[in-house]
Write a protein that binds this ligand. Structure first.
Ligand code: FAD
Length: 569
C-alpha cells in the first residue's frame, strides 16, 4: 500500500464530461490529459473551511481551487507558524515574521476563494450551513451575524488552552496559543523588570515582580522557560544589573517528569540542564488556584497547599475543546469527548459532508479498537482466544501497517509498554505460558492509548491531514463520475480513497543555550548544539512563504549580532 491516492480509472475517455451531483448542481470537467479543468459556466460545489491554522491552510494550499467554490471563515486573517511562538515572547523573532496573510495565499492560488473574517458559533448539519459572527475589531462591534451554506464543510478550528477549570487561571495567567498572547507576554516580561526597578520597593516586592512561573512541563512550557532564561541571562541582566540577581524562573509540572512524551534520555537531559541553569523545576506540583498575588499549588510529596507570590504566570497545560465544537459534538451524539471523532478518511462520524482535522479532531478510537480486535482474531488461528508473544508481535506489526498513526507509539515506547503491560496484566503464575488473550490485549492497548493518543495534537499531524484531505477533494468529482472505478481499488470496498496515514518525521524540544533535543521515529535521539542547527534549518525551510523565511532568518541574524530588543512597545 502506498501513501498516495490510487489512480481511479486508467482508461477514461478523453473528453469533457458533465455529471449530475446530488444537491449541489452540475459539475463539468475536462479529463483531457488527466487535468481536471472545470467548465466555468457550471455551478461548483461549495466547500466551507473553518479556520486558517495549520490544518485549514495546508488544505487550502493543496486544494484544486478550480473545482470548487471555496469560502474560508476564520477570526484571524492570517496563518501563524506556531512552533516559533515561544521565540516571539522574548523578541527572538518578530510577530510579523511568522505570520502570512491568508489573502496572500488565496491570491497565489487564484480560483473562487472567498474569505470572511468571522467566527463560526454554530454548525447546522441539517440545513448544511454555518452560523457566523464578525469579530470584534477597532471599527466593528462583532455583532454582525450571517449564515454560510455549504456542500462540504471542513472543520479546522483548532483547540483552546485547557485550564482544567482551575479558579483564577483565565483572569491572572497568560496563555501561549496565539500571536497576541506572545506579544502580551513579551510586554509583560519587560513590565516586570521595569516595575522591579522602581524606587521605594522592598526586596520582597522586587523578588515577587521578578518571579516568572511557567505551568506545564510539555514542549511549549519547556521551550518558553528556556527562551525566557536565555533572554534574561544574555540580554536583560545586562540592562537591569541592579535587579538581575533577584530573578527566578519556576516550572511547575503535575507529573513526575517534564517532556513526558519524549524519550527518557531527553527528559533527563532537560531536567539536568534546567537545574544547572537555575530554573526551579517542581515536579508533582499541581496548581489548584491562582489569585492576583499568589499561585497555590498542591505537591504530591507534601500535605496542604503552598502559596507562591509571582510576577507573571504563563499557563501551558495542554488543549481543550472550543465551545462551538462541544456544541456540535452534542448535536451529532458525540459526548464525553475532547475532540470530534472522525473515521480514517477524516469524515465526522455520522456525516458524509463534514470533515474535521487538526487539533479539533481525532480518529475514532472505538473503531480503531474494533479493527484491532479483528486483526487479533484473525491471528488466533486455533481459535483459542490467546496468542503467543511472537504472534502478538505479528499482530502489532499488522496494526502498524493498517494504522500507521499508531506506529509511532507502537514502535517507540508503546510497543515496549504494551508488552510490559501485558506481562503485568497476566499475573505471576501465567508468565511462563506467554499466552495473552484478546481482552487483556485490548485493555492493555486502551491503557496505553489513554496515556498517549493515537495521534498527537501537533502541527505536523494537522498539516498532513490538510494535504491528505485536499488530495481527496481534488479527486472527488472524478470519482463521483464513475463510482465503480475507485471502489474496485479497495479489497474491502469500503471507500474510494486510502485512509489517512500519518508519517511521523520527528520532534524537536529546544532547551535553550543553543541546545536542542531531537527525537526521530524509532529510538534515535540527538541532543546538543548540532540539533540546534538542524532546528534552525528545518524551521526556516518549513516557513509558508519566502517572505516569512527571509524575515525569520534575518531576525535570527539580528539577534546574534545585536541581541534581543527590550523596548516595551
Ligand atoms: P490552529 O493552528 O490552532 O488553527 C485553528 C484556526 O481556527 C485558527 O485560524 C483560528 O483562528 C480558527 N478558529 C478558531 N475559532 C474559530 C471559529 N469559531 N470559527 C472559525 N475559525 C476559528 N506543533 C508541532 O508539530 N511542532 C511544534 O514545534 C509546535 N509548537 C507549538 C508551540 C506553541 C506555542 C503552540 C501553541 C503550539 C505548537 N504546536 C506545535 C502545536 C500546533 O500549533 C497545533 O497542533 C496546530 O496549530 C494545530 O493546527 P490546527 O489547524 O488544528 O489549529
Amino acid at each position: 500500500t502506498s501513501n498516495t491516492l490510487r489512480s481511479y480509472h486508467p482508461h477514461l475517455p478523453k473528453l469533457i464530461a458533465v455529471v449530475a451531483v446530488g444537491g449541489g448542481g452540475f459539475v463539468a470537467y475536462n479529463t483531457l490529459n488527466g487535468s481536471n479543468t472545470v467548465d466555468p459556466s457550471v455551478k461548483k460545489k461549495r466547500v466551507v473551511v473553518l479556520g486558517t491554522g495549520w490544518a485549514g491552510t495546508s488544505f487550502l494550499k493543496d486544494l484544486d481551487s478550480s473545482q470548487y467554490d471555496i469560502q474560508v471563515v476564520s477570526p484571524r486573517n492570517y496563518f501563524a507558524f506556531t512552533p516559533l511562538l515561544p521565540s516571539v515572547t522574548c523578541g527572538t523573532v518578530e510577530p510579523r515574521s511568522i505570520v502570512e496573510p491568508i489573502r496572500n495565499i488565496m491570491k497565489k492560488k487564484g480560483g473562487d476563494i472567498g474569505f470572511l473574517e468571522a467566527e463560526c458559533f454554530k454548525i447546522d448539519p441539517q440545513n448544511k450551513s454555518v452560523h457566523c459572527r464578525s469579530v470584534k475589531q477597532a471599527n466593528l462591534e462583532g455583532k454582525e451575524e450571517f449564515i454560510v451554506d455549504y456542500d462540504y464543510l471542513v472543520v479546522a478550528m483548532g483547540a483552546r488552552s485547557n485550564t482544567f477549570n482551575t479558579p483564577g487561571v483565565e483572569e491572572h495567567t497568560h496563555f501561549l496559543k496565539e500571536i497576541e498572547d506572545a506579544q502580551n507576554i513579551r510586554r509583560n516580561v519587560i513590565d516586570c523588570f521595569e516595575k522591579a526597578s522602581l524606587p521605594n520597593l522592598t526586596e520582597e516586592e522586587r523578588k515577587k515582580n521578578l518571579h516568572f512561573v511557567v505551568v506545564g512541563g510539555g514542549p511549549t512550557g519547556v521551550e518558553f522557560a528556556a527562551e525566557l532564561h536565555d533572554y534574561i541571562k544574555k540580554d536583560l541582566s545586562k540592562l537591569y544589573p541592579t535587579v538581575k540577581d533577584l530573578v527566578k524562573i519556576t516550572l511547575l509540572e503535575a507529573a513526575d517528569h517534564i517532556l513526558g512524551m519524549f524519550d527518557k534520555r531527553i527528559t533527563e537531559f532537560a531536567e539536568e540542564k534546567f537545574q544547572r541553569d537555575g530554573i526551579d523545576v517542581k515536579l508533582g506540583s499541581m496548581v489548584v488556584k491562582v489569585t492576583d498575588k499568589d499561585i497555590c499549588t498542591k505537591e504530591k510529596s507534601k500535605e496542604g497547599v503552598s502559596s507562591i507570590p509571582y510576577g507573571m504566570i504563563v499557563w501551558s497545560t495542554g488543549i481543550g475543546t472550543r465551545p462551538v465544537i462541544s456544541e456540535f459534538m452534542k448535536q451529532v451524539g458525540q459526548v464525553n469527548r475532547r475532540a470530534l471523532a472522525t473515521d480514517e478518511w477524516l469524515r465526522v462520524d455520522g456525516s458524509d459532508s463534514i470533515y474535521a482535522l487538526g487539533d479539533c479532531a481525532s480518529i475514532n478510537q472505538r473503531k480503531v479498537m474494533d479493527d484491532i480486535a479483528d486483526i487479533f482474531k484473525k491471528a488466533d488461528k486455533d481459535n483459542s482466544g490467546t496468542l503467543t508473544v511472537k504472534e502478538l508481535q505479528d499482530v502489532v506489526n499488522d496494526i502498524c501497517e493498517r494504522y500507521p498513526q499508531v506506529q509511532l507509539y507502537m514502535k517507540n515506547k508503546s510497543m515496549k509498554n504494551i508488552v510490559q503491560l501485558l506481562e503485568e496484566s497476566k499475573g505471576d503464575n501465567e508468565k511462563e505460558s506467554k499466552e495473552l488473550d484478546i481482552e487483556r490485549f485490548k485493555s492493555a492497548l486502551s491503557a496505553v492509548d489513554s496515556k498517549m493518543k493515537f495521534l498527537p495534537a501537533t502541527a505536523q499531524v494537522a498539516a498532513q491531514q490538510g494535504q491528505y484531505l485536499a488530495k481527496c477533494f481534488n479527486r472527488m468529482n472524478e470519482c463521483e463520475q464513475t463510482p465503480e472505478g475507485p471502489l474496485r481499488m479497495r479489497k474491502d470496498g469500503r471507500h474510494r480513497f486510502h485512509p489517512f496515514r500519518y508519517r511521523h518525521l520527528g520532534q524537536f524540544a529546544p532547551l535553550g543555550g543553543e541546545q536542542t533535543a531531537f527525537q526521530l521515529p524509532g529510538d534515535h535521539v540527538s541532543i546538543g548544539y548540532s540539533s540546534q542547527w538542524l532546528w534552525y534549518s528545518v524551521y526556516a525551510s518549513k516557513q509558508v512563504s519566502w517572505r516569512n523565511r527571509m524575515l525569520v532568518v534575518s531576525d535570527w541574524t539580528r539577534r546574534f549580532i545585536y541581541g534581543r530588543d527590550s523596548s516595551r512597545i
